[in-house]
Design a protein around this ligand. Sequence first.
Ligand SMILES: C[S@@+](CC[C@H](N)C(=O)[O-])C[C@H]1O[C@@H](n2cnc3c(N)ncnc32)[C@H](O)[C@@H]1O
Length: 345
Amino acid sequence: MEAFGSASGGRGLSIASAGDNALLMLARDPDEVLAVDINPAQLACLEIRVAALQTLERDEVLGLIGSRAMPPRARTECYRRCRPLLGESARRFWDAHPRFITRGIGGCGKFEGYFHLFRKMILPLAHNRHRVEALLTPRTPQERAMFFEHQWNTTRWRMIFHLFFSRFVMGCLGRSPQFFEHVEGPVASRILKRVSHALIVLDPSQNPWLHWILTGSHTRLRGETVLPPWLEEGAYRRIVANLGRLKWRRSSVEEVLSEEKCGFDHFNLSDIFEYMSPARAEWLLEKICERSSPGARLVYWNMLAPRSRPERLANRLVPVTDLTRMLHEKDRGFFYSRLVIEDRI
Ligand SMILES: C[S@@+](CC[C@H](N)C(=O)[O-])C[C@H]1O[C@@H](n2cnc3c(N)ncnc32)[C@H](O)[C@@H]1O
């Protein structure tokens, strides 16, 4: 969001994924956001969020997602009220997975299941509940460094992390093995470096993603919530007001760029280049240059495979270096190894 700046208007193209970031783009007051994804399950996740925003109170949305506690039956009731607003495919998806509803729809992804396993079975081998709570307690940067050094960064923590987040285990349980097709070098040590950054330099007590991974919700001990930006009150209200400007469809970015006549000003591309060869990524970046307005901004992440504008496109895309460095440093989505912001000239 900060990469796109505060000016309103313009047309955005976003990877739908489960919807969080595509929805957040509406908080900027754009003219339109088109959310696309090749995976229908991701679009079903976006659609149920849209229906929930239209139908439920904010507290109920937080409960349905799993950000805060809600009895399973109340979640089912929320779904019953949202259901008429869903399209055929999304309705079939959610009807077929009642447990995704009762457990909270934010936890139904494959990667979320992997984190669930980590939280329940693996993490307790290194740290008990008390220490996890201590990690999520507000502290000064110096106190965080001390806590990490003396209490968190144990041999056992590093060992379980290297095992559980290895290419092999993650490839079997967390992500599809083909996601690693273009990844070179060790995986766990790179992620561990970013996790250490998130635990020392950034403030764990203010990190909704860390809360989700370690506690399974966005709720702290005393019941306060630590929410991802799209669920924070101000953004939430603006998103609800702008829902009519969101369109979505099942499609690849490549297909959209081949079909769409009109250009885009903002591209939220998640980490899609990760799953492509360098040649394919270069081809797609070129296509984006053809289909975007001058001044358009591209924002995307690299997780494990380095991808950014190739030298050949230097006269059409420029990296926005200082802003990128600043935003990457404070990016609470710490799983990504690199943020890329590039402007079309
Ligand atoms: C790892 S997830 C993103 C996770 C992160 N929560 C986010 O929203 O940025 C990447 C998403 O991109 C989608 N995707 C990958 N390649 C794509 C492409 N070429 N066109 C459209 N969607 C794509 C996947 O289906 C998935 O939903």
